[in-house]
Design a protein around this ligand. Structure first.
Ligand code: PEP
Ligand code: MN
Length: 361
């Protein structure tokens, strides 16, 4: 069985290398992941030899060993029993905290971005979205403003005191996105771009991974594992609708993915009702369903003039509709024992207490 050896906190590089050698000499294939909190060694091999687990556990420098039955190891519930709660610039994401990410699909202009940012912040969104690199079906469609857009996003984030998220579509852009944004979004079309996942996995900024249009939940978890394997434990999963025969909607929102992923993983699970629906009238009901199902949050597209939007106008909510949805979301969250994050309220900016379990910070 595969396992994860969690190492003691005081080991230096030489001690870790020595440990890797000892694990190899037991006939296992080790992989080292270093996070800001702990170093872990995941191992494959040794099938049919249950004693190996005890042998690894007894090696000097090993704190504890967790057997993992799933192909995704660091993403699995077996690795961390308690929900991972991330601290993103003082906002807690995961566990009972419900966060709403909102903003335009694409950063079109400074004016639009600031107008939408002001509105969503006022209505209670905690994180600002906006695409600068847009993965479009047609090469002739608006492709995003690139670096100029990222600069606008950073300015809006600072002006409204909101962490920002934007999509990165290419390994060559990881550096520039890292520089200007607070979170990486890996889009549905890039969920299995393994080089991109490895690259963002080498950074220390949160990675929001959207489920591929035709990907299983296991495949989504394996994509998360790519990021985690590189030592970045700040991963969020997002269900955004999958391709089915239903043609009333753009994609079919797989609401069951929320409890399924939560059962199998300790990572926060978000839902994107906008891309699933493809039409704005369905966005609030799908968002409510997501929060009722226990999601850690939703990511919603908002535009002050959707008819003129350069991307995804038909699914963009007007700010007033967004506000109405927020009011309902707060009530639904309460029903399932969760709470929508509000800026400025007591306790929302505090770093969570360090705990022993898994990657939890
Ligand atoms: C987006 O968030 O604007 C987007 C392109 O999403 P997805 O990757 O889910 O299609
Ligand atoms: Mn979009």
């Amino acid at each position: 069985m595969d396992m994860v050896a969690v190492l003691k906190t005081n080991l230096d590089d030489n001690a870790v290398t020595a440990l890797v050698g000892r694990i190899e000499s037991l006939g296992l294939a080790p992989h080292v992941s270093r996070t800001e909190y702990r170093t872990v060694i995941t191992t494959s091999g040794g099938e049919g030899n249950p004693e190996l687990r005890d042998q690894v556990a007894q090696l000097e420098g090993v704190d504890r060993v967790l057997p993992i039955a799933q192909p995704y190891r660091l993403a699995s519930r077996e690795f961390a029993e308690s929900d991972t709660i991330l601290d993103i610039k003082g906002i807690r994401v995961g566990g009972p905290h419900v966060n709403v990410i909102a903003g335009p699909c694409a950063i079109e202009s400074r004016e639009l971005l600031f107008e939408v940012a002001a509105a969503v912040k006022q209505a209670g969104a905690s994180i600002l979205r906006g695409g600068a690199f847009k993965p479009r079906t047609s090469p002739y469609s608006f492709q995003g403003k690139g670096r100029d857009g990222l600069i606008m996003l950073q300015e809006a984030g600072q002006a409204f005191n909101m962490p920002t998220i934007t999509e990165v579509t290419d390994t060559r852009d990881v550096e520039v996105v890292y520089k200007y944004a607070d979170m990486f979004q890996v889009g549905a079309r890039n969920m299995q771009n393994y080089n991109l996942l490895l690259e963002v996995g080498k950074t220390d900024k949160p990675v929001f991974i959207k489920r591929g249009l035709a990907a299983s939940t296991t495949e989504l978890l394996m994509s998360a594992e790519y990021v985690l394997s590189q030592g970045n434990h700040r991963v969020i999963l997002c269900e955004r609708g999958i391709r089915t025969f239903a043609d009333d909607v753009r994609f079919t929102l797989d609401v069951s993915a929320v409890p399924v992923l939560q059962e199998r993983s300790h990572l926060p699970v978000f839902v994107d009702p906008s891309h699933a629906a493809g039409r704005r009238d369905l966005v609030p009901p799908l968002a409510l369903a997501a929060v009722a199902a226990g999601a850690a949050g939703v990511i919603v597209e908002v535009h002050s003039c959707p008819d003129k939007a350069l991307c995804d106008g038909p699914q963009a909510l007007l700010p007033t509709k967004f506000e109405g949805m927020m009011n309902q979301l707060r009530q639904i969250a309460e029903v399932v024992g969760h709470r929508v994050t509000r800026w400025g309220e007591e306790g929302e900016h505090v770093r969570p207490a360090a705990t022993g379990g898994g990657w939890r910070s």
